[in-house]
Design a protein around this ligand. Sequence first.
Ligand SMILES: *Cc1c(COP(=O)(O)O)cnc(C)c1O
Length: 397
Amino acid sequence: MSKKLYLDNAATTRVKKEVVEEMRQYFDEYYGNPSSSLYELGRKSKEAIENARKQVADFLNADEKEIYFTAGGSESDNWAVKGVAFANKNKGNHIITTKIEHHAILHTCEYLEKFGFETTYLDVDKYGMIDLEKLKEAIRPETILISIMYANNEIGTIQPIEQIGEIAQEHGIIFHTDAVQALGSVKIDVKKQHIDLLSMSAHKIGGPKGVGGMFIRKGVKIDNFIHGGGQERGRRAGTEGVQNIAGFGKAVEIAERDFDKHIARLTELRDRLIEGIKTNIPDVVLNGHPTMRLPNNVNFSYKYVEGESILLLLDMEGISASSGSACTSGSLDPSHVLLATGLDHGTAHGSIRFSISEEITEEDIDYTVETMKNIISKLRMMSPIKNDEDLKKGNSL
Ligand SMILES: *Cc1c(COP(=O)(O)O)cnc(C)c1O
């Protein structure tokens, strides 16, 4: 009973020890304001920020001047979409995105509709993949922005980013990608992939919460986001969270250093969990793409049972996981992502996402499979829904 297994790393991660160490000195030792460059303490803070900027730029194959720090992934997404929309409204009012974006994108697009902008939400196939032909068809003369996430937070599907970048470039449209889940899990090269804007968040990769970043390609037309002082070259004002930025830089440094090893290990653990569930539990559906998926993502629907009940029983066994996504749990509507892949409401309701980290072992995976096997069989015994016919009739539990 004392077992504790955290399998919700797509919601957030433990801050790495080296990151905490790096951050600590900026609380009580180097506490100067980075804008106060006339004395040593201020310069130390400034240096920390610029080191982190270089670190992030290197990791993306970007220039240091193209990296801006923000208060997280949601802020970066807001900045990208609103900033491009308002700066380019003389050129057009049309935005293309997908049905499976994070709410930081979807709700921002909805907000912009109040100002006369129009959005096309692209469909995805059963694996959560967009169709490049449909993307091309959606492009209009007034299209000013394509915003398509790099990898999905719920089902892990990785989009063909380089091809999307090429299409955007051919049409002279700005291309933004929410890479919050992809950072550290996928090789990102903003030059090769023709990315104009890219959102990041520190807390999904072993850094602190409340800090993130945005890559803005030189020359891209985008409004400033926070008006005030001259921080972040006047584009995002406010005294920098020096300790957070330093922590983000450290997390990126570690991600770059351990990249290959990290991916190989996670993939191995992920596939063991997928295989274990598939072979031990009947009537399950793997959500997301079988191969083009994040190395830490395992999302299944367990037919005839309800995700919330699974989570409660998992918690009693010491396992933390998620149903749908962290943002949708607590609401009764099934996840917009799962519905977009074509799942019916009933099946979507029985979905659980495990997102693993390198802290777990093969034994942990096997314990999870065994625990799930028991939980699902127990819940199915109590469930009034026994087959697809029942599911269709009730269409919900
Ligand atoms: C977590 C997440 C965000 C939001 O990032 P925050 O730093 O928590 O604001 C945005 N997009 C995706 C895909 C995410 O997974």
